[in-house]
Design a protein around this ligand. Structure first.
Ligand code: ZN
Length: 333
């Protein structure tokens, strides 16, 4: 059994961010020594030229096997990105949008990698799909290569990277979305570029039975639901709370909790513009909730449909990233 060697992330983890990496000989894009150790799981491995087969799929790079039998893929950072970027953004989108995504994904992965484990990454922990070579697309691979080694920087460190599908016309601040101290470049601001998203405007109907089940779990004291209101709008217009009006009382719960309990796919975002109680004809009993809203996802950081729209309008990757991460600059790992 081969023990995975320490990745370049392990080396990065020991550095003070204020020290220019280039001065320490670690800077520079396209460095083929920048290997990631990606946990694939258990299964049979068959070496092939340039890589290996695992689970019926072809992977680039080399592999090692932990004592417990789990397989780790040691893969060039850009080869990994070439596989996952087309899962994050359609490879048919404009080159500048793909470049912006590649730079964001690189920073996102760096920040969430753990050099203290025998592997840096568990793709599922990043909500990323890593299927090796079969996911690669020429356009996104080209975007990864053109941006090799590039990451977003702020002051003396890496910028915190967040992205979601469509902000619905107004991006969200990290502090409003998740709490914590405000981050100067993750702030709420209008986004005029994502109107082409199929989820820029959406509407959905939730059945009273489903909502009652949620209320019973979260706030059983309110009794049978009669009305649901999205309240406490933040600067972007997203609801921070949901008021559950029941036959016995009212409970106010975090909107994010409500969205997860109902199902994030059924409420695409918290940028709710209108909610209307559906009433049963005749009895006027609460039958459900009609919701109209905008956007898909949390809306913090890069708006992916916005990146597409900005690129179609002629924007470069740098302009796109400067718009969604105000005050950051493109630097090197
Ligand atoms: Zn947007």
């Amino acid at each position: 059994m081969k023990v995975p060697r320490r990745s370049f992330l392990g080396a990065l983890a020991g550095l003070a961010l204020a020290t220019p990496l280039a001065a320490q000989g670690l800077g520079g894009g396209g460095d083929r020594s920048q290997a990631l150790r990606v946990l694939l799981g258990r299964g049979a491995v068959d070496p092939i030229p340039g890589g290996f087969l695992f689970g019926g799929r072809r992977y680039r790079g080399s592999y090692s096997i932990l004592a417990d039998g789990r397989v780790i893929n040691e893969v060039d950072f850009d080869d990994y990105l070439a596989s996952v970027v087309p899962s994050e953004m359609s490879a048919s989108w404009p080159a500048a949008a793909l470049e912006a995504q590649a730079i964001c994904s690189r920073g996102f992965i760096l920040a969430r990698s753990d050099p203290n484990r025998p592997y840096d990454l568990v793709p599922s922990e990043l909500a990323q799909v890593y299927r090796g070579v079969e996911s690669e697309q020429p356009a996104s691979t080209a975007a990864v290569r053109r941006t090799s080694g590039m990451v977003l920087r702020y002051a003396h460190g890496f910028a915190q990277i967040e992205y979601s599908s469509c902000c619905g016309g107004y991006s969200e601040s990290s502090a409003d979305a998740w709490g914590g101290a405000p981050i100067p470049y993750l702030v709420a601001h209008p986004c005029p570029y994502c109107i082409g998203s199929p989820r820029f405007r959406w509407r959905t109907d939730l059945l009273a039975a489903d909502l009652d089940a949620v209320a019973e779990r979260i706030a059983p004291q309110v009794g049978a639901l009669q009305e649901v209101r999205f309240t406490d709008l933040d600067r972007s217009g997203r609801a921070r709370s949901v008021a559950l009006h029941g036959a016995v009382g009212v409970a106010r719960i975090p909107a994010s909790r409500f969205r997860i309990d109902v199902g994030a796919r059924r409420i695409p975002s918290l940028l709710v513009r209108r909610e209307t109680a559906l009433l049963t004809p005749g009895t006027q009993a609460f039958a459900g909730l009609h919701i109209e809203g905008r956007g898909l996802g949390h809306g913090v950081g890069l708006c992916q449909w916005g990146a597409r729209g900005y690129a179609l309008a002629g924007g470069s990757a740098q302009e796109i990233l400067s718009f969604y991460f105000v005050g950051t600059s493109i630097g090197r790992i």
